[in-house]
Design a protein around this ligand. Sequence first.
Ligand SMILES: NC(=O)c1ccc[n+]([C@@H]2O[C@H](COP(=O)([O-])OP(=O)(O)OC[C@H]3O[C@@H](n4cnc5c(N)ncnc54)[C@H](OP(=O)(O)O)[C@@H]3O)[C@@H](O)[C@H]2O)c1
Length: 310
Amino acid sequence: MKFELPEQLIFMKNDKAIQKHSNEPMTGKLCVISGATSGVGYEAVKSLAAGGANIVMVVRNENKAKVIKKEIEARYSVVVAYFIADFSDLKQVEKAAMDILDKYPRIDILINSAGIHSTKRKLNKDGLEMVFCVNHLAPFLLTKLLMNRMIESSPSRIIQVNSEGHRFNGLKVDDINWKKRFYTGLRSYGASKTAQLLTVWELAKELEGTGVTINAMHPGAVKTNIGNDNGILYRWFLHNVTWHFLKDSKIAGDALYYLASASELSNVSGEFFNLTTLEKPADHALNQENQKKIWSLSIKMTGLEKKDDE
Ligand SMILES: NC(=O)c1ccc[n+]([C@@H]2O[C@H](COP(=O)([O-])OP(=O)(O)OC[C@H]3O[C@@H](n4cnc5c(N)ncnc54)[C@H](OP(=O)(O)O)[C@@H]3O)[C@@H](O)[C@H]2O)c1
């Protein structure tokens, strides 16, 4: 008898699936990418620029952005621009979105890759738990603010860099800030990624018929800088143990190129991909009741509610 993994463990098999590739050109397309200064986002910048796309990076570190702009423009015949936004500060995200809208009449691709994993509970200056803010609220806000421009530019695609880490769950709608529970890094990471998935399904519904698709993806277990700013023990373990098991982050850039360009995906929306393999996320990330709750909460916490009233 052939052994089949249970549905919720299929991701282990998909990790080893053969990755799909796209050679379809992206010449002249405008791609907005957050988290572009390192790891997955940086790989996306390189692969999309190699395919001919112009790049708008949304970053928190201007020095890193300047170096990458110089490197990519020297290597490829594309234009690279950047806007500054620390994703732990929603006001900065809003400002960057407004500046991008002012400057660019069309946006073809939005990739949200900025993300963190923190072993300690930290709050931002507005009292929001940092991981939830950076990994979910900020990309949600950026997406909502750029969405109409993407509809005007359709066909266009939005890709949220999510994670198999959503399976750690941790999302409790009445305790987003981890005031009532014992905080752990993995569970807070899982909560932020679960919340993001729940909003992706809702955004996909909102975008139906507009020519804009939105999907989420796991970029592989790849060697990047994520977690590097945690404590010394964590860092030691990351560098001396974890990194040996991780793959080259180039696979994430290739997967994002495929998701951004392959014509076979032009009508695929509201899905989760493990790299390039379509996959069913964890059941808790498909919970309809939480979907509605997280949607309203995200609208409220990002201040979009007030904008709708204006
Ligand atoms: N690596 C993996 O195996 C893996 C697996 C699953 C999912 N992911 C997801 O992949 C995405 C990218 O992570 P990575 O692995 O590429 O890690 P990384 O190398 O640490 O890159 C993270 C990026 O996010 C940016 N960033 C972090 N905090 C920010 C903030 N407050 N404001 C603005 N930008 C900020 C970083 O900017 P700086 O350069 O300034 O630090 C960097 O560009 C994340 O969403 C992560 O959850 C990664």
